[in-house]
Design a protein around this ligand. Structure first.
Ligand code: ANZ
Ligand code: ZN
Length: 838
């Protein structure tokens, strides 16, 4: 018997699909709106190391779903492209002297080849790459729309700066105070930059989340990131000037307990507030704070620091004189950059008050001594004049009303969300299409001047001064003003990596349009994206930015839907195994030997190792290379294994044994038709029942993206077919159709081998007969001491002796019986077996 010849089969069908344009799709009006689906993958960044096994996970999932939809009569848009501007290509260019365009395009060719080798049903005619000028022409065009709407502005406030990447970063790119890309601690730097007013959309971005079918965890991350907070602005008069200090508080009810105030080291009034005697210490303090990240400054565990300014303010509610301090736990970027401190009821204020010996006044009845610890819960107000006796919420309302009547404060809302720092001082990105004219100011390019091409440069090194390498190219920088025609200079900053991915799903719809970024009719035909699959790491970056751009395009009337991605599914991470010594250090996989089944030792020392799940990493030598897997086992095995590993959304470790299991299954499917003849006889009732149950389960599970359980059911059917001598044609052909979306190469080949014309891709999905799927089977639970420990499915009416035998030989039950004696056996027919042990 020949081994299942996957190499030949896979190349053959990939060629067939390409030559016949099987998956090319058009805006065919014969499909009614409910029969059109847009299924999107997060497009890859084409890194030098090629595809990793995480990519095919999501890509296979959407591929199965799309093929399934096609067989169910849908017109399906399923495109692929490349997110190809970005820092790694530029860093590589600096290291090797190769142009980022050259390396990027080489990487794209490699990625495309790898992706194609998995047999996905993409419409490759729609491929986009964000670095190509046909594409970024429209990224620039959208930027100009934002600019014209007043949503892009130039700013000089300090931003996050990475001293390693030598570029400014958006807030979203800073993780735990470090550069998300290289891990260097981020510092604040004052440079000129372009900022997008995403905060104008905070409310929309928040409320429209409700309409989306997204994982709750991602919605929650976006909600927290936007961080809407409701409170009040309160004005404090300064003791010896007519100026006021405005604070933001969520606890206006605690005003009677405010015993001091704090301004952030960057507060504009600080200079004026600082008294002569305090000048030196305040200046030193400002300098020290400049070197700390926001994270360090606001960390609850950190020791509080601060300096008295020498000034006092008047508490508007009781006329008390309270000192004004400067401290770095107050951030300039939130609220008003100044607070009223209520040490009795706020933990950070309490710590600060303790350290600097400031008064602590209880204003809510507390169950603890506020001299020992802050009381942050609700309670009844005390020492609070007209608020006494009220609870927190009522008191907040009463206090705000009191302040508003006297013009001493107002209701206020604040967001954690900051405007999006949108410029980068690097080379490999979209040039910002603006011109600085001495007469006209900042002017956008005219539409017919786009694309503004990224010029070739000799050296990509960032200057580190806050200017991009483009600033060094005089011929490019010096230009004429699009408005007055006078001498002007180009903006030299480039856009961040996230720009291109903000709208790529729109360009796929109409990738070759030279008149518009997407045609109106086509956009209406396909949008919104019905299913978007990708990694969970994009919760607040890409997924928030893209929503923002889309909402703006919607408000400008350029797109017809408010939200771009109706449904989102996050694929789980594919991890690997690693081997751990007793001291928890990890041993590279090639230094490990399996001494007995499931027992591992270190080759050199013979030390017993524990197998643990870990992230794939080069140093642990446990990175799985998709190319090698495809060469050895075939694309269909790779696809099916990744779907069989477990539910799509959960993280799961790669196990080569599981892969060979799937391979053997496909080999068994292949051998079925080699070893048996296909007959036109009616299948037995028994086989028909398994068949219809299988259609039902595979249909349901494919529809709901539960691919692993669909595969298990197909395995059940194949086992049944091995029990009979000939293959009834209806059963066999139905199995092939069900396998189609999962292992499309093998299925096409089998489909042709039984005499059908290609292609299986458009054959209608099989239907099932409900009456053949009803169960004559029942589930029996196996209990030990009354607790369910296992279960089994048996024919209805199975004898009690048989049930008992099954229970006592059940693997899971056996582990409970080990070393114990059964003292009683209870059997309830069609229901349960309970073993009582001692
Ligand atoms: C008085 C007070 C009393 C406060 C109390 C809290 C508890 P959220 O919920 O995150 O919006 N705050 C205001 N601006 C700040 C800044 N720039 N840097 C650091 N802290 C700042 O938090 C709002 C609360 O955080 C505000 O309410 C203020 O402290 C503080 F028992 O005012 B509160
Ligand atoms: Zn001008």
């Amino acid at each position: 018997m020949s081994k299942y010849p996957f190499h030949e089969i896979e190349t053959k069908w990939q060629q067939y699909w390409e030559e016949n344009q099987t998956f090319a799709v058009t805006e065919d009006e014969t499909f009614p709106p409910e029969k059109r689906k847009y299924v999107l993958d997060m497009f890859p960044y084409p890194s030098g190391s090629g595809l990793h096994v995480g990519h095919p996970e999501g890509y296979t999932a959407t591929d199965i779903y799309c093929r399934y939809l096609r067989m169910n009569g849908f017109n399906v848009l399923h495109p692929m492209g490349f997110d190809s501007f970005g820092l790694p290509a530029e860093n590589y260019a600096i290291k090797t002297g190769t142009h980022p365009k050259a390396t990027t395009e080489r990487n794209i060719d490699n990625f495309r080849k790898q992706i194609k080798s998995l047999g996905f049903c993409y419409d490759w005619n729609r491929e986009v790459a964000t670095h190509s000028s046909d594409y970024y022409r429209w990224t620039q065009w959208i930027f100009i729309q934002l600019f014209n709407k007043g949503l892009a502005y130039e700013s000089h406030t300090p931003i996050n700066w990475c001293t390693q990447c030598l570029t400014g970063l958006a807030n979203e790119e800073v993780k735990d105070g470090r550069c998300e890309r290289c891990g260097t601690a981020v510092v604040r730097k004052n440079i000129r930059q372009w900022v997008l007013k995403i905060t104008d959309y905070a409310d929309k971005l928040l409320s429209d989340l409700d309409s989306l079918d997204w994982p709750e965890s991602v919605k929650l991350m976006q909600r927290n990131w936007i961080g809407r907070s409701e409170g009040a602005s309160v004005f404090f008069r300064l003791e010896d000037s007519d100026d006021q200090l405005e604070v933001y508080t969520t606890r206006a009810d605690t005003l009677f307990g405010a015993t001091y105030m704090v301004v952030s080291p960057e507060h504009p009034l600080l200079g004026q507030l600082t008294k002569e005697s305090q000048k030196a210490s305040v200046a030193a303090y400002i300098d020290a704070a400049a070197h700390k990240s926001d994270l360090e400054r606001t960390d609850l565990a950190k020791d509080k620091t601060g300096v008295f300014t020498g000034s006092y303010a008047i508490n508007p509610v009781n006329g008390k004189r309270i000192p004004i301090w400067v401290a770095d736990y107050v951030l300039i970027s939130y609220g008003t950059g100044a607070i009223m401190a209520v040490p009795a009821h706020d933990t950070r204020d309490w710590e600060f008050a303790k350290k600097f010996d400031l008064p602590i006044i209880e204003v809510l009845k507390s169950e603890i001594d506020v001299q020992e610890q802050a009381w942050t819960e609700d309670g009844v107000h005390v020492n609070s004049g007209f608020l006494d006796g009220m609870n927190k919420d009522d008191a907040i309302e009463a206090m705000i009303a009191w302040l508003e009547e006297r013009n001493l404060g107002t209701k206020a809302t604040n967001y954690k969300l900051r405007d999006w720092v949108f410029s980068r001082q690097r080379y490999w990105g979209e040039p910002i299409p603006l011109v600085h004219c001495p007469t006209c100011g900042i002017v956008p390019l005219k539409e017919d001047q786009l694309p503004l091409l990224l010029p070739d440069v000799q050296s990509y090194e960032p200057s580190g001064t806050g200017e991009s390498p483009l600033a060094k190219i005089d011929e490019w920088v010096n230009t004429t003003c699009p408005v007055c025609g006078g001498k002007a200079k180009r903006e030299t900053n480039t856009m961040p990596q996230w720009a291109g991915s903000c709208w790529y799903y729109l360009r796929y719809i109409d990738p070759k349009n030279t008149e518009r970024f997407v045609s109106e009719e086509k956009e209406k035909y396909w949008m919104p994206v019905d299913l978007y699959v990708g990694g969970a790491e994009h919760a607040v970056l890409h997924l928030l930015y893209a929503r923002f751009w889309h909402e703006v395009l919607y408000d400008l009337g350029f797109v017809a839907t408010k939200e771009p991605f109706q449904r989102l599914v996050n694929q789980g991470m594919i991890t690997s195994f690693a081997y751990q010594r007793a001291d928890k250090s990890l041993v590279p996989t090639d230094m490990v030997e399996e001494s007995a089944p499931d027992q591992y030792v270190e080759k050199a020392t013979g030390e017993r190792l524990e197998r643990v799940v870990a992230k794939m990493s080069k140093s642990l030598k446990n990175v799985i290379n998709p190319d090698e897997i495809i060469t050895e086992f075939g694309a269909d095995s790779m696809r099916m294994y990744e779907m069989f590993m477990g539910p799509l959304e959960v993280s799961k470790p790669w196990a080569t044994t599981g892969l060979s299991g799937v391979y053997r299954f496909l080999d068994r499917v292949w051998r079925l038709q080699e070893e048996r003849t296909i007959s036109d006889e009616e299948p037995s009732e028994e086989i028909l029942k398994v068949l219809h149950k299988t259609i039902k389960k595979v249909t349901h599970d494919t529809d709901t993206l539960n691919f692993n359980t669909a595969i298990s059911q197909m395995m059940v059917l194949v086992n049944e077919l091995y029990k009979i001598d000939t293959l009834p044609r209806v059963v066999w052909e139905t199995l092939i159709k069900l396998l189609g979306p999962y292992v499309p190469h093998l299925a096409e080949e089998l489909w042709q081998l039984c005499g059908n014309e290609p292609t299986l891709a458009n054959v209608p999905w099989p239907l099932y007969d409900e009456s053949l799927t009803v169960d004559s089977e029942v589930a029996i639970v196996f209990q030990v001491n009354g607790k369910v420990r296992s279960k089994a499915v048996v024919e209805k009416g199975t004898e009690k002796e048989e049930l008992l035998r099954l229970a006592k030989s059940d693997e899971r039950i056996l582990t409970w019986l080990e070393g114990k004696t059964i003292v009683k056996e209870i059997v309830v027919a069609d229901k349960l077996v309970n073993l009582v042990i001692k």
